[in-house]
Write a protein that binds this ligand. Structure first.
Ligand code: SAM
Ligand code: DTB
Ligand code: SF4
Length: 333
């Protein structure tokens, strides 16, 4: 269906500079999108989605935690902050060996993932770790997979080293609105995050940046987070929208659950505001029904985290996802 439209859709790189991508969003008009009757919002999101994406394809990214726990930051949602580990009981690990990471990537590729995303519980990498990180990027790339890393803040030199190694994407989330940010993280500022994103963009690495919803924030904050992302000089190529995984022992363990329709609305508004980006239905799928996930795809989600583990928490098994894809007529991009 819709083959003629799809075959003429411009490549996402070209589209980034098309008039369809706006960078001057106002809070009020974003809130007006959120307030639309759900059917109108979904219809508009799906219309925009079809201009730039194949509606029946979903990109699969797989995660690995290359260094777990013991993190000096205090992100309230995170199981890996050293200050929450007494409560979460998580065991910290050292940086994994390159061979182990490449072997796990090979397995992810044979399971169907096209991008491998390596995450470390760091404020920022140490220079002494760069050689290992570079070898990981080279090893995973050599398998023919896209590479992504999320390591915290980077210096210019580290960014250049990762670019030279062939890193395709760098993930660094703004997490929430500038206004709500201080309720969630006190150890580094919103501006620190924007600076890292600018550094990654400047180095010519694709940007992956999104955030988390369901952390007790208001709709204004969800709108504000999307405003920050869409008003960057260039939209992030990937926008992960995470539903909070409320990990026991973290300060957010008892936060009130977000209404699932509000989650769908957030995906739809992200799709409308950043039409050419990949919008990723990210953490939280383990506790979502198939129907809710299907609604997220209709709202414009074009990608998921695939594989039975996220970083420290579970994700649906491959078979379960593949069965859902079959029921919905979706296929991996
Ligand atoms: N330490 C690095 C950093 O924070 O930049 C990289 C890894 S960190 C775990 C990557 C992202 O995962 C966070 O920015 C957050 O958006 C997401 N995340 C972490 N814990 C989560 C949770 N419990 N639920 C949903 N998303 C989570
Ligand atoms: C992102 O936005 N979500 C991923 C990835 N980027 C690094 C991480 C989700 C983590 C969920 C909680 C956990 O497994 O620890
Ligand atoms: Fe550390 Fe990243 Fe977790 Fe924050 S989200 S505590 S920076 S691992």
């Amino acid at each position: 269906m819709n083959d003629s439209l799809l075959s003429t859709a411009p490549a996402a790189e070209t589209a980034q500079h098309s008039p369809a991508t706006r960078h001057d969003w106002h809070q009020q008009e974003i809130l007006e999108l959120f307030e639309l009757p759900l059917m109108d919002l979904l219809f508009e999101a799906q219309r925009v989605h079809r201009l730039w994406h194949d509606p029946n394809k979903v990109q699969l990214s797989q995660l690995i935690s290359i260094k777990t726990g013991g993190c000096a930051e205090d992100c309230a949602y995170c199981s890996q902050a050293a200050s929450h580990q007494k409560g979460t009981g998580l065991t910290a690990t050292k940086l994994l060996e390159v061979e182990r990471v490449v072997a796990a990537a090979r397995k992810a590729k044979s399971g169907g993932a096209s991008r491998y995303c390596m995450g470390a519980a760091w404020t920022s990498p140490k220079d002494r770790d760069m050689e290992t990180l570079v070898a990981m990027v080279e090893g995973v790339k050599a398998l023919g997979m896209e590479t992504c890393m999320t390591l915290g803040m980077l210096t210019d030199k580290q960014t250049a080293q990762l670019k030279d190694a062939g890193l395709d994407y760098y993930n660094h989330n703004v997490d929430t609105s500038e206004e709500y940010y201080g309720e969630i993280i006190t150890t580094r500022s919103y501006q620190d995050r924007l600076d890292t994103l600018a550094r990654v963009r400047h180095a010519g690495i694709n940007v992956c940046s999104g955030g988390i919803v369901g952390m007790g924030e208001a709709r204004e904050d969800r709108a504000g987070m999307l405003r920050t992302l869409a008003n960057l000089p260039q939209h992030p190529e990937s926008v992960p929208i995470n539903m909070l995984v409320a990990v026991p022992g973290t300060p957010l363990e008892n936060v009130e659950e977000l209404d699932p329709f509000e989650f769908v609305r957030t995906i739809a508004v992200a799709r409308i505001m950043m039409p050419t980006s990949e919008v990723r239905l990210s953490a939280g799928r383990q506790s979502m029904s198939e129907e809710l996930q299907a609604m997220c795809f209709f709202a414009g989600a074009s990608s998921i985290f695939y594989g039975e583990q996220l970083l420290t928490t579970p994700n649906p098994e491959n078979n379960k996802d593949l069965m859902l894809f079959k029921k919905l007529g979706l296929s991996p991009a």
